[in-house]
Design a protein around this ligand. Structure first.
Ligand code: F3S
Length: 80
């Protein structure tokens, strides 16, 4: 079970994550990424079939803004 969340404080809107995992990540008007599954809350389980895409996106992010956890993200976890 995996959950993911984008740290929008460090995302530089490079656009790599949406290319690697279009069913997980999208961008707001500024080009900053967010998790489509749960409006970037970090509370929606990533579907099994998307885990490879998730890994690829995480590895490809130049700022390590894509966080992955075995548990739902709490507010404490979102403080960078
Ligand atoms: Fe931002 Fe990283 Fe995606 S910089 S646009 S979260 S690849």
């Amino acid at each position: 079970t995996k959950f993911t969340w984008v740290d929008q404080e460090t995302c530089i809107a490079c656009g790599a994550c949406g290319a690697a995992a279009p069913d997980i990540f999208d961008y707001n008007d500024e080009g900053t990424a967010f998790v489509l599954l749960d409006e970037n809350e970090g509370t929606a389980e990533v579907p099994q079939e998307l885990l490879d895409d998730l890994d690829e996106a995480c590895e490809g992010c130049p700022t390590e803004s894509i966080k992955i956890s075995d548990h739902t993200f709490t507010e404490e976890m979102k403080i960078s």
